[in-house]
Design a protein around this ligand. Structure first.
Ligand SMILES: Nc1ncnc2c1ncn2[C@@H]1O[C@H](COP(=O)(O)OP(=O)(O)OP(=O)(O)O)[C@@H](O)[C@H]1O
Ligand SMILES: [Mg+2]
Length: 1042
């Protein structure tokens, strides 16, 4: 066996040497053992199930295969997916991926790999991604409801699936359509040993939380349900609970509403619960056996869950209404019949639910009708099955596989060889097995097994599975691919494996013995009308919609198509669909029966390679040509490669093709010119052509770009130039206009000057000297007059406190305005003064004097300002004794108040009354009012007073006085400011001398002949109200103001 460098065995069986079954198997085995599960036969891929996760998938590999052509990398399913996708995108050719093989050979996995590859490489964007997600997420949902564990495959597809993915012209997915084929619904009620019911039941029980289980009235324990096989509740490596969550998420992504998901689960639960409805024997009054429900609870729960009258359901399960044109007859069912009815109902509900789910997914992923699209179909159908006991389902499944094999034979073996002949290409025929005869045996319209089955189902009279078998035996007694006990007996064959109720068909993939029991029933697929009517009455919207025929208004007496006929017609549509597309084959091979990794059973694989016709495939492929195309489309695609055919070619298509290929100097063995088509032997040549085309396209694209860029730059330049000319024209015009305007203005100025000069010269004689000054003066005067008159009208009030004053209209009047304001103010002050009475004048004077003496010096001054000077604080008028003290001195008593006198000896104070007259200060006691001290104002030399709040003051006397012997007097007055002001004025009036008033904290007084230092200090604030505490120590007197 030649081994290419770096490859394990041969990667393409076309290169196998010698070409025989043994070497083919050895090659597959060698590759399988080296984990090379993919091998080519030309463009067909053989995939051997590895039963283990190989590190050859994922984004990295997708990226790799995206950039290379088919043969450049190791064989891989991605390479095939890439080829199909590129052909779809670049050549607008609809594609189909046909995945065939036995059950468990890896078809579903392969279809998912193809889909994930296409999803990864096709367009991007939010919309596209959501479509991709929906398409990909349809897989887990359909697998949950349509796949089950069988003895051959833990995830066996129990329905056929064909999915059309639709793309726009850019190769971005738009959506798709899924077609499903006959679900194996018998599994709902019964499973073989070691097998399970559909995954969803186990997923629901394992994954639903307590709340959901309660809502669905379900128990988690699988053994509670008759329809579930408790022996195999779990499958190694599969987590039902997490898969349940995946399914729920997937449904949400596809677009199922929460309500829809809930309803789907309710119907699923309903099926489970239906299985638990147990029938029991009952007898009618006339002794005829009848049936009833053993425990009403289950059926009541069903009724509650889906809004059904449980009694009606019970009636429908246990009796049957026959309707003729004239009357209705109700017959009771015995237990077996009632159980049959129950199971039929469960199967029907489930299979209708499955169809509804597919329909609902299609609703979400469907594409608008208007869009032009190219299609990639992916077919993943249940694999060929040979069981111990094969029934109607296996018959249908195997028929479908037979048809697929026929597509393969037709397109790769038969059609190809016939084409060579037609096209006049020299060809030696390769023999192969054509399974047309088997397909015919099954599907022939009049004489096929399915036609016979239909005939039996429709025939009046006693019909049973055995009458059907008898008919087959009679019809196919001599058929090469048909056997039964009867035909064997006729040929005197002894075969203990053949049962009496069996027939055998020699399928392309092996002999399968079918047991006819149940064929008629399953083909009829009838559901008693009573049951569909009850279901239709349910308030549950989904359940109700599954049984439209239950609506009495729509009930028709017409018989629906049989299951076989329906399947046959849908297979026919599928075949038509597949024939219209470019096929890509993935042929899956199961390496062993035990689902074990690394095990390669040569015998098992030999059987599969034989019936898959792989050897014949290699032979045809080797001798034939990999690629063919009509001259016209070929020329259309590649004429750009030759100077003589591009851009125009006027000759014939074939000549054109010869011209193109001649210029490319291809080797003659690689090409064959047929009558209407060109044949290319090896894909490499085609890839070479494609590469050349690609390069040429790049050149052309560059040329177009170059021309376009040149054109764009040229037009841009021309536009710029035009704009530039326009701008400069405007600019120049504008400049000239401005220049002209300037010249004109200058000319006018000069003219004006000249004219002015001339006029002045002319009129000079009329001018008097100084006229301008006069005029100016006149103008100034008139402005000033206007200003003053305006001011007069706007004068503020005569209130001395009114600060308002109008502002000057011109700046030149600012100073005058200020002066006028001052004058006005002084005038109104004078007016104010003039109206004052002499007493007010006196008071004002005193206040003025006080301000000069104490403002800013004594703390008690501000408080004294608003208080009028009263002078008399002791009530002189009512006290003649005090008045008398004045003696003969003229004038009034200026001030009379009670003061405190500081004792010279100890510093203590005692109250006295002080009278101030024009010439004297008289101090009396407060009781007898006898003058104690009388001081002439001329002997008061100075007054000292502190700056604080206190009323302490000292009268410093001249050294030579009548009281001089006692010394200075320290007094405390409550009105010290008033008293001293009045004393100051009295001294001034009497002696024309300004009495010195010293504001100080430290001063000295003379007591007798001693000098005492007085110090006034501020005590803690808030102690009392201006209370004075005098302390005398020796020659120090400390006065504290509190
Ligand atoms: N490429 C692969 N890589 C890893 N495991 C695989 C691969 N292909 C198949 N398998 C394993 O084989 C099992 C069966 O494969 P799959 O379900 O695709 O078979 P099938 O041909 O669709 O069978 P059926 O006809 O019963 O539906 C998968 O569950 C998976 O474990
Ligand atoms: Mg499958």
């Amino acid at each position: 066996m030649p081994v290419l460098e770096g490859s394990v065995g041969v990667e393409d069986l076309v290169l196998l040497e010698p070409l025989e079954e043994k070497s083919l198997l050895e090659n597959l085995q060698l590759r399988y053992e080296n984990k090379e599960i993919y091998t080519y036969i030309g463009s067909v891929i053989i995939s051997v199930n590895p039963y283990q996760q190989l590190p050859i998938y994922g984004p990295e590999f997708i990226a790799k295969y995206q950039d290379y052509t088919f043969y450049e990398l190791k064989p891989h399913i991605y390479a095939l997916a890439n080829m199909a996708y590129q052909s779809l995108r670049d050549q607008d050719r609809d594609q189909c991926i046909l995945i065939t093989g036995e059950s468990g050979s890896g078809k579903t996995e392969a279809s998912k790999l193809v889909m994930s590859y296409v999803a990864a490489v096709c367009g991007k964007g939010e919309q596209v991604n959501s479509v991709k997600e929906q398409l990909l997420q349809s897989n887990p949902v359909l697998e949950a409801f349509g796949n089950a564990k069988t003895i051959r495959n833990n995830n066996s597809s129990r329905f056929g699936k064909y999915m059309d993915i639709e793309f726009d012209f850019k190769g971005s997915p738009l959506g798709g359509v899924i077609t499903n084929y006959l679900l194996e619904k018998s599994r709902v009620v019964k499973q073989l040993q070691g097998e399970r019911n559909f995954h969803i039941f186990y997923q629901l029980l394992a994954g639903a939380d307590a709340q959901l289980l309660k809502a669905l009235k379900l128990e988690q324990d699988i053994s509670c349900y008759t329809y579930l096989n408790p022996e195999v509740s779990r499958i190694g490596g599969i987590d039902d609970a997490s898969n349940f969550r995946t399914v729920q998420n997937a449904m949400a992504v596809i677009g199922f509403s929460e309500e829809e998901i809930r309803q789907v689960l309710e119907v699923t639960a309903l099926v489970l619960k239906l299985g638990n409805v147990e029938m029991t024997d009952e007898f009618q009054a006339n002794g005829i056996p009848a049936s009833g429900i053993r425990d009403g609870r289950g059926i009541r729960e069903i009724g509650e869950m889906v809004g059904l009258n449980s009694e009606e359901l019970e009636r429908a399960l246990c009796s049957r209404t026959m309707e003729t044109a004239k009357e209705k007859v109700v017959t009771v069912l015995n237990v077996t019949q009632a159980q049959y009815a129950r199971d039929a109902l469960a199967k029907n509900i489930y299979s209708r639910l499955f169809n509804w789910i597919v329909h609902r997914i299609n609703e979400s992923i469907k594409v608008g009708t208007g869009e032009k699209k190219v299609v990639m179909g992916v077919l993943d159908i249940y694999g060929f099955e040979i069981l111990e006991d094969n029934s109607f389902e296996q018959f249908v499944i195997n028929y479908c596989n037979e048809k697929l094999q026929q597509v393969f034979i037709e397109l790769t073996l038969k059609e190809e060889q016939e084409e060579y002949k037609r096209e006049g290409i020299p060809w030696t025929k390769v023999d192969y097995f054509d399974n047309g005869i088997i397909c015919n045996l099954i599907e022939h319209n009049q004489r096929g097994i399915l036609a016979m089955l239909d005939e039996e189902c429709l025939r009046p009279g006693v019909v049973s599975d055995s009458t059907f078998l008898a008919k087959l035996n009679q019809l196919f007694s001599t058929h090469r691919h048909y056997e039964s006990k009867v035909t064997q007996n006729a040929q005197r064959q002894y075969d203990h494996t053949m049962g009496l109720s069996c027939f055998r068909i020699c399928h392309y993939a092996g002999k399968v013995t079918y047991n006819v029991t149940g064929f008629i029933d399953k083909n009829n697929d009838l559901l008693f009308r009573d049951l569909s009517q009850v279901m239709w009455k349910a308030r549950h919207p989904l359940l109700r919609s599954l049984f439209p025929e239950g609506n009495p208004k729509e009930a028709s007496l017409k018989r629906p198509l049989t299951a076989g006929a329906q399947f046959k017609s849908s297979v026919a549509i599928l075949m038509k669909n597949l024939y219209s597309k470019n096929p890509n084959y993935i042929r899956c091979i199961k390496p062993n029966e035990n689902q074990q990794r690394g095990q390669f059973s040569s015998d098992l694989v030999a059987v599969q390679t034989r019936y898959l016709g792989l050897l014949e495939n290699v032979r045809v492929r080797r001798a034939g040509y990999a690629y063919r195309q009509g001259y016209k489309p070929f020329l259309e695609r590649y004429r750009l490669l030759s100077q003589s055919t591009w851009p125009h070619w006027n000759g014939g298509d074939r000549e054109g093709v010869e011209q193109v290929l001649g210029e490319l100097s291809m080797s003659s063995g690689e090409l064959a010119y047929g009558k209407t088509k060109l044949f290319i032997r090896s894909p490499k040549t085609l890839f070479y052509l494609e590469e050349q085309r690609h390069l040429r396209l790049q050149q052309l694209a560059t040329l177009i770009q170059k021309l376009y860029r040149g054109w764009r730059c040229r037009t841009h330049y021309q536009l710029m130039r035009k704009s530039q000319i326009l701008i400069s024209a405007w600019f120049r015009g504008n400049k000239q206009k401005k220049h002209y305007g300037k010249m004109k203005a200058s000319a006018l100025l000069i003219q004006a000057f000249v004219r002015g000069w001339k006029a002045r010269k002319n009129y000079r004689k009329y001018f008097r000297s100084g006229a301008a000054l006069t005029l100016a003066n006149f103008i100034y005067k008139s402005i000033a007059q206007k200003f003053l008159l305006g001011l007069r009208n706007n004068l503020p009030s005569t209130d001395v406190l009114d600060n308002r004053w109008p502002s000057a209209p011109y700046r030149c009047f600012n100073t005058a305005n200020r002066k006028l304001q001052q004058i006005f103010h002084q005038w109104r002050c004078k007016k104010f003064r003039d109206q004052l009475s002499p007493k007010q004048v006196q008071t004002m004077r005193e206040k003025l004097c006080a301000s000069e003496l104490f403002r800013g010096k004594k703390a008690s001054y501000p408080q004294s300002v608003p208080i009028p000077f009263r002078g008399d604080y002791v009530g002189l008028q009512g006290n003649p004794k005090l008045q008398k003290l004045k003696g003969r001195e003229e004038g009034p008593v200026l001030m009379a108040e009670t003061v405190k006198k500081v004792n010279r000896g100890n510093g203590k104070t005692s109250a006295r009354i002080l009278l101030l007259t024009k010439g004297h200060v008289i101090i009396t006691d407060t009781k007898k009012f006898q003058a104690q001290i009388v001081i002439g104002l001329d002997s008061v030399a100075e007054v000292s007073v502190s700056s604080l709040q206190d009323g302490l003051f000292s009268l410093h006397l001249n050294e030579i006085t009548s009281v001089g012997s006692k010394g200075d007097i320290l007094l405390i007055s409550d009105h010290v400011v008033e008293l001293l002001t009045k004393m100051y004025q009295a001294v001034l009036d009497a002696t024309q001398r300004q009495l010195s008033v010293t504001v100080t904290e430290k001063f000295s007084v003379r007591f007798k002949d001693k000098s005492v230092a007085v110090k006034v200090i501020q005590g803690p604030v808030g102690g009392g109200k201006n209370k004075l505490i005098c302390k005398k120590k020796g020659n120090h007197l400390e006065v504290t103001v509190q």
